[in-house]
Design a protein around this ligand. Structure first.
Ligand SMILES: NC(=O)c1ccc[n+]([C@@H]2O[C@H](COP(=O)([O-])OP(=O)(O)OC[C@H]3O[C@@H](n4cnc5c(N)ncnc54)[C@H](OP(=O)(O)O)[C@@H]3O)[C@@H](O)[C@H]2O)c1
Length: 259
């Protein structure tokens, strides 16, 4: 049985993944943005290994999330699931970043750097990553007029690219990105056509399964099948340029060679 930390496990796909993994007998560490949101899942938190609290829009709270996880012990797997979709404006996080970039990309980047390295990492991307732009000069939306859909698409391109970079730099672990499909959660909306069940079972499988098919790294997945992703994702030059920008924006380096 494994020990798994899931970000954003108070709702949607994160909560569904937590329930499935707990039913399978795994030890799950839940995450909520606040104590109020944690109380919304009191019925599963009582049987979880722990519940950590913190808002991913803040680097300080993200640091605290990592410390709370590390205090529980080393995880076998981390599922970077939490995310936000169409924000009305760029917003301004406590660290001065666009909120979509901060929650969807900077926070998982920082948690990857700060949480004791697990054996498996899974990052939630989206089919919308294909509309993301590979220009990296304004990833924090300081120059361009705000475009919520474009910002989300870019964040999902970056997170899938981060997953591919981690897979390349850390060959001793399994690291993958998942497109869960368009599923009926708070984010996806009630009319979403895809299957919530299949929308979360790829993450839980990649995080825990001993099947050979699940023990691969550097993949982009949809419904337990590897899918072709945007070509930049596999481009090591693009990966290093992105990771370099994330290091500049956060002040934290992920890889020992400085990128
Ligand atoms: N649903 C889809 O159709 C779809 C499609 C493609 C990709 N995805 C991806 O799948 C992942 C999960 O999506 P979902 O549909 O399950 O979304 P959801 O129902 O909106 O749930 C998102 C989770 O993330 C948490 N969260 C958001 N902002 C946070 C913050 N600043 N600090 C801490 N926690 C925060 C939410 O907490 P609260 O409960 O407090 O809000 C919630 O637990 C996301 O990365 C999303 O981009 C979803």
């Amino acid at each position: 049985m494994s020990r798994i930390f899931i970000t954003g496990s108070t709702d949607g796909l994160g909560l569904a993944a937590a329930r499935t993994l707990m039913k399978e007998g795994h030890d799950v560490v839940l995450h909520a943005r606040s104590r109020e949101r944690a109380s919304a899942v009191a019925e599963i938190s009582s049987t979880a290994l722990g519940t950590v609290i913190g808002d991913l829009a803040s680097a300080k709270e993200t640091r605290s999330i990592a410390e709370q996880v590390n205090a529980i012990g080393r995880m076998d797997a981390v599922i970077h699931n939490a995310g936000i979709y169409l924000e009305r404006s760029r917003g301004e996080t406590p660290d001065g970043h666009a909120k979509t970039l901060a929650v969807n990309v900077l926070a998982p980047y920082l948690l990857t750097a700060w949480i004791a390295r697990p054996d498996r990492l899974v990052y939630l991307s989206s089919g919308m990553h294909r509309s993301g732009s590979s220009a990296l000069d304004d990833i924090d939306w300081k120059k361009r007029p705000w475009n919520a859909s474009q910002a989300y698409s870019e964040s999902k391109l970056y997170i899938a690219t981060l997953a591919a970079a981690v897979a390349r730099h850390w060959p001793d672990i399994l690291c993958n990105a998942v497109d869960p499909g368009w599923v009926p959660t708070k984010m996806g909306g009630a009319g979403a056509p895809d299957d919530l069940e299949m929308g979360h079972l790829t993450q839980t499988w990649l995080a825990t399964s001993d099947e050979g098919a699940a023990k691969v790294s550097g993949g982009y997945w949809y419904h337990r099948q590897q899918r072709e992703a945007a070509e930049e994702i596999a481009d090591s030059g693009f990966q290093d340029a992105l990771v370099g920008r994330l290091a500049e924006l956060t002040g934290i380096r992920l890889f020992e060679d400085g990128r």
